[in-house]
Design a protein around this ligand. Structure first.
Ligand code: CMP
Length: 135
């Protein structure tokens, strides 16, 4: 799987960090295949985050991701591009995200963590068809 879904979340759009995030992905050598600034609705958010339903942070997560537009992208590169993007994002916990990663350079919050990237080939396939059916 050479493609992965990347979301610059509402905090990234609000903080005018979309250009910086796209710049990093492109400078790494990855290519945008699709991209759109859009509101993620409650239904799409619930489908996207189904695995987190019932967790303590779930309702905050849904409120956050649906509160203002996100910049949703499909990014392409070599096999397992999802791994490259995950490394560039840094871990979810901002205290563990090293400088040089997107979260390490720009984030301090667990929920408002700027970016989402698919966490495997299967997730990439599912998430791309959820956000860009027919791609
Ligand atoms: P994301 O990679 O989009 O996937 C799940 C999201 O839940 C995660 O980024 C965070 O925005 C959010 N989240 C909030 N708290 C936690 C937590 N304790 N563990 C994992 N994810 C969390």
């Amino acid at each position: 799987m050479r493609r992965t879904l990347v979301i610059a979340k509402p905090d990234a759009v609000e903080r005018r960090l979309v250009g910086e995030i796209v710049r990093r992905l492109e400078q790494k050598g990855l290519r945008l295949v699709a991209a759109e600034l859009r509101m993620i609705g409650a239904e799409t958010a619930a489908a996207h985050y189904a695995e987190h339903e019932g967790k303590a942070f779930y309702s905050d997560l849904i409120s956050f991701i649906t509160r203002s537009p996100s910049f949703v992208m499909v990014v392409e590169g070599p096999e397992d591009t999802w791994k490259i993007v995950r490394a560039m994002m840094g871990p979810t916990d901002p205290a563990e995200a090293p400088p040089g990663t997107i979260r390490g350079d720009f984030g301090t919050e667990m929920t408002e963590n700027l970016v989402h990237g698919s966490d495997g080939a299967e997730a990439a396939t599912r998430e791309i068809s959820l956000f860009f059916p027919g791609l």
